[in-house]
Every structure is written in structure tokens, then in C-alpha cells.
Design a protein around this ligand. Sequence first.
Ligand code: KG4
Ligand code: ZN
Length: 357
Amino acid sequence: MTLVLGIETSCDETAAGVVAPDGSVLSNVVASQVEVHARYGGIVPEVASRQHVLQAGPVIKQAVAAAGLTWPDIGAVAVTNGPGLAGSLIAGVNAAKGLAAALGVPLVGVNHLEGHMYAAWARSGPGWLSPEGRHGFPIMCLVVSGGHTELVLMRGHGDFAVVGQTRDDAAGEAFDKAARVLGLGYPGGPAIQRAAEGAGALERFPRAWLGESSDFSFSGLKSALVRRARELGIYPAPAGGPPTGLVRSLARAFQEAVVDVLVSKTVQAAGEHGSRGIVIAGGVAANASLRQRMAAESPVPVTVPHTSLCTDNGAMVAVCGSHRYRAGVRSAMDLDVVPGLRAGSETWASMPVQTGG
Ligand code: KG4
Ligand code: ZN
């Protein structure tokens, strides 16, 4: 009956959450830095690290209190140690080491991308079944965030293989760039989604299918958007004011192009690898159009985490940490940060003790 505290500081959210062994989320506290970075139009790594140093302590404390717990109730501390911004990761990993040492409980490093996938293993409501409980393995996971766009085949717990990835921009990065082009602000995903809602279907952008490949490419789409916005005389975007009908139709066309490719390639890869279900994860999985289209077009069941668990958060790290803990994974006190850590680069069975060396 080990309660796991999860800590997440890989990018611009300082987050902590606590989960029970059955996957119930007891608390999930996120201190967003969006406002701090918004004035720069993107994340400034130095500023992010410093914010994590300021926020980690209070956020962790709040996560324990919000779960109705006290320190001795925590049985293990899980923390994202990669991929992400080095300085940001260090802030979270150091906080986790200090806490694990003080409480005398195990430390468990978590791959951020696995954390996103495991959001789908957070228990939600009565009668809930885990994805493997619903349909079994293998499961095709589409991980779409600000830094990643990957198709990961999950053959079992802790057994992953990357079968497709972006060759240039990540899907979330593309949303953020498109929103900047259209003057919709940062972060771009939610802004594009809002602008696209109910917009006219006046435009259509080309899709980068890349033949039969399971890889993605979004940089050409961004160039097409810039070109069209220029032709229409709305780029560079005028500051302020609600988006015009023209901007909204471009936002819709952009979103449709991204969602089209994400859904088609995921469904195709799921079929190729005999997947019995699909999981969508990461910040872009919060996108309503992506969620609807994937559910409508997939021949196998689709699991999408609650939107609050899609963008970076501590509960997803705790859920993944809880599964890693049960698989016997433990981290040594010299656990290092790995900014370039890849999805599926580690199999849990082969990593009972993670160290810095
Ligand atoms: O997973 P996440 O919080 O951080 C990373 O690990 O990168 O993902 C953030 C990304 C941002 O690019 C943001 O624009 C995108 O997720 N995003 C969305 C939506 N909500 C967040 N993209 C499309 N539609 C949304 N509703
Ligand atoms: Zn993330």
C-alpha cells in the first residue's frame, strides 16, 4: 500500500501529485509559469529553472496536504529525470532526492514521455478499467506535446518501442508557432482550438504524408500558413483584438491538417502492429478535435486521459512511478538528469537501479 508522490519540472510547469496503488489520483497541483514566459512568446530556460527553485517546495507541500496526507504517509518519491530542459530537470530531481532522503523512502526516476502515456493509467471513476484491462497489449501510444511527437508501441508495462516520430517540429510546437503567426498568443494549442471552434471552412492546407512512413513532419505546414497569411495581408498579425473570421478559418484549417495526419498515421500504425487499443497522451491530447476524430476513426478502443492529466503534471509522473516501483525500479542518490532521454530507450526489466553513471 505505497502512496507515491510524483514531481514534474521538466519544462515550464512546477507540478506535484500523489497517487494510490490502484491509480487513484489523490492530488494534482500545478503551478504554471505561462504568465512569466508569455511576455517572451516562449519558454526562457534560465527563467524556468529559477521559477522551479521558487515553486517546488510549496507545490510539493500543497500536493501532500491536498491529498489529506502528512509526510510519513508518502512511501516513494517519483521524479521526471528526462527528457526536458537540463536546469529545470535538476531543480525537480534535487528536490526529490532531498525528500526521499529525509523520509527514508525509495527514489524512482521517471521518463517524462512514459509519464504522459501513464496518464491513461490514472483511475477515473467507478467501474474504471486500465487500458490493458479493457483490451490488453500491445497498445499504440501517440505522444504529442510541445517537445515530442512520437508513436510508441507499448508491448507491456515498461516495454516500449518507438515506431514513428517527427522529422522536424513537434505537434505542440507547430500549434505554438501557428498561434504566433496568427497573433493568438501563447500557449498556442488552446488558443488555436478556441479560434477554430465554429470557424468557416474557407481554407485547406497540404498534409505531409511522407509515403507509408509512420513519421511526421509539420514544418511545411507552418510555412504554408505563413505564406497564406501573408497573401491575405494578416501577417505579421496586428496586435490585440478578437480574432477575425479570416484568422479563425486559418486556425481551423491548420488544426484540421495536424489532426488529420495524427489520426490517420496512428490508426495505420496501430493496424500494422496488431495493437488492441490506442492511447493518446501529452499536451496536444487535450485537443478536442483530436480526441473526437481519433475515437471516431479508430477500429480499436481509444483511451484519452482527462484533459487535466494531458498537459504536464505531477500525477502522471506518480502513476508511472507507481508502476515502475512495483516493477522493482529504484534510483540511486546519484540519479542524473538526461535532457535527451528518448521514449522506449529503457526497459524496466533491465533497470532495477538507475544511477548517474
Ligand atoms: O505536454 P505538455 O504540457 O508539455 C511538453 O511536454 O511539451 O505540452 C504542451 C503543448 C504546447 O505546445 C501546447 O500548445 C499544447 O501542448 N496544447 C494543445 C492543447 N493544449 C495544450 N495543443 C492543441 N490543443 C490543445 N487544446
Ligand atoms: Zn510534457
